[in-house]
Design a protein around this ligand. Structure first.
Ligand SMILES: Cc1ncc(COP(=O)(O)O)c(C=O)c1O
Length: 459
């Protein structure tokens, strides 16, 4: 059966990648020279082209599925999810309406319903798969604007009685800057709320800014709390933010693009308490749920507001499907829709909830191992989070140079991050369910040797 072959290939590739280099050294010129042979003038044997492309991918990319990729939130992928994506490409279902793809739509609904329940949302909450977290965050802002300003949909922002403003911290994802541009709010509509020493939103500053903005005749409408910031894994104080937003009649969005998966873990879910009170939530399956890109999810407890924000009609589109169903094109940004949810459905079905809990708790445990190991080796940890993301430095360290040396020796892939106004530090995040304690101990040992070598060279 063809899918066993895909599965076997996925499993074989896993060990090939794990034993190879993590970081490529290649110039754009080298790749462009190689691609010059593809002038598309005449047909080529596809088998040879596939082999060539695979060789290029193997040689010329940072291997995010490598057990020593300690990077941005790009995961190792479960083989079942790879099979899921292949199946989708083969059948190419169009999910815009329920009637064109009943099976696919119901599989997505079923999967989203499971996670919506874990997030503590009511059964009638709206939920849809998105291309990623950025689209989910965009959806949240559009729905929040629609709810707060009924005239926004027909007349746009220029007809509103007061300029809308929204509140994030400096640690929130940069997608909100683009979203402010895209929606016409403008970047000036974003207020950056101060953070405490753990990089969590400071409620006093939030309250002060909201009051001052109202005093100036502006219209605060939304607060974004992040559950697992991109830079440091900080979790904003969600219960307090939920209470504040309810009291002040503000939309409360939780960007849990990465951290949201922790709700399924009995050990970790307490850290996300308060998420169940959100008006809307972003959670990405293509992060901690370990499925291939792009698979974001947008949840909203106000299906009526979602329907109003994304309603659409046209002579070439079918009318609303009858019955107790929602046509996805009327409840999301997209029209043509890939069957995004199958990869999560298949992986969940294969591993079961308990298998997924084990994968997530394993990575959290590896985060603890990394934290302890780095500290024991004399590095200074500069962030605090229960999630597997560790930011660290040492006196005199130039993060960029250190990382370049780390890549050159193929020790690991980590990144550089600037937290607040501080100098850049090293950021290491466990994103692979394949990362083992021995990988971490080896990496930290090599890092120490490298730091010693660098200090001897510069002495
Ligand atoms: C907290 C957070 N929100 C949103 C996003 C955007 O998600 P995506 O890359 O899936 O669009 C990211 C990406 O890393 C993120 O870390």
């Amino acid at each position: 059966m063809a899918f066993d072959e895909v599965l076997n290939l996925a499993i074989k590739l896993e060990s090939v990648i794990a034993s190879g280099p993590i970081v490529p050294t290649v110039t754009p010129q080298e790749i462009r020279r190689h691609l010059a042979r593809y002038d598309f003038a005449k047909p080529l044997a596809v088998g040879e082209v596939v082999a060539d492309v695979e060789a290029m991918l193997r040689k010329w990319q940072v291997h995010v599925t490598h057990p020593r990729y300690l990077g941005l939130f790009n995961p190792s992928v479960t083989p079942a999810s790879v099979v899921g994506d292949t199946l989708v490409a083969l059948y190419n279902p169009q999910l815009a309406t329920w009637r064109t793809s009943p099976a696919a739509n119901e599989i997505e609904r079923h999967t989203l319903g499971w996670l919506g329940g874990k997030l503590g949302l009511p059964a009638d909450a709206s939920a849809s798969f998105t291309t990623g977290g950025a689209e989910a965050n965009l959806s949240a802002v559009v729905v929040a604007l629609t709810r707060a300003f009924p005239e926004y949909g027909e007349h746009g922002l220029r007809h509103l009685p007061a300029p809308p403003v929204l509140y994030v911290t400096g640690e929130a994802h940069h997608s909100f800057n683009k979203i402010a541009h895209l929606t016409g709010l403008g970047r000036q509509a974003i207020r950056t709320v101060a953070t405490d020493r753990d990089l969590k939103m400071d409620l006093g500053d939030l309250a002060g800014q909201v009051a001052r903005d109202r005093g100036r005749g502006l219209a605060p409408f939304m607060v974004v709390g992040t559950a697992g910031t991109t830079g440091a894994g900080a979790i904003d104080p969600l219960p307090e933010l939920a209470r504040f937003c309810r009291r002040e009649d503000l939309w409360f969005h939780v960007d849990a693009a990465w951290g949201g998966a922790a709700v399924i873990s009995p050990k970790l879910k307490g850290w996300l308490a308060g998420i169940e009170a959100a008006d809307s939530i972003t959670c990405d399956a293509h992060k901690w749920f370990s499925v291939p890109m792009g698979a974001g999810m947008f949840f909203c407890r106000h299906p009526d507001a979602v329907g109003e924000a994304f309603r659409g009609q046209s002579s070439y589109m079918p009318g609303r499907t009858a019955g107790p169903v929602v046509d996805p094109y009327t409840s999301s940004v997209q029209w043509s829709r890939r069957f995004i949810g199958l990869k999560l459905f298949l992986a969940l079905a294969q591993h079961g909830e308990s298998g997924y809990v084990e994968m997530i708790e394993h990575q959290a445990r590896m985060g603890d191992v990394l934290r302890e190991s780095v500290e024991r080796a004399g590095w200074r940890i500069v962030n605090r989070t229960p999630l597997p993301l560790v930011c660290f430095t040492r006196d005199g360290l130039v993060a960029r140079d250190f990382l370049a040396a780390l890549y050159e020796r193929q020790i690991a892939w980590m990144s550089e991050v600037r937290l607040g106004d501080e100098a850049p530090v090293v950021r290491a995040c466990v994103t692979s369910f394949r990362t083992k304690e021995s990988d971490i101990e080896w990496v930290v040992g090599e890092m120490s040797r490298l730091a010693l070598h660098e200090s001897e060279v510069t002495a």
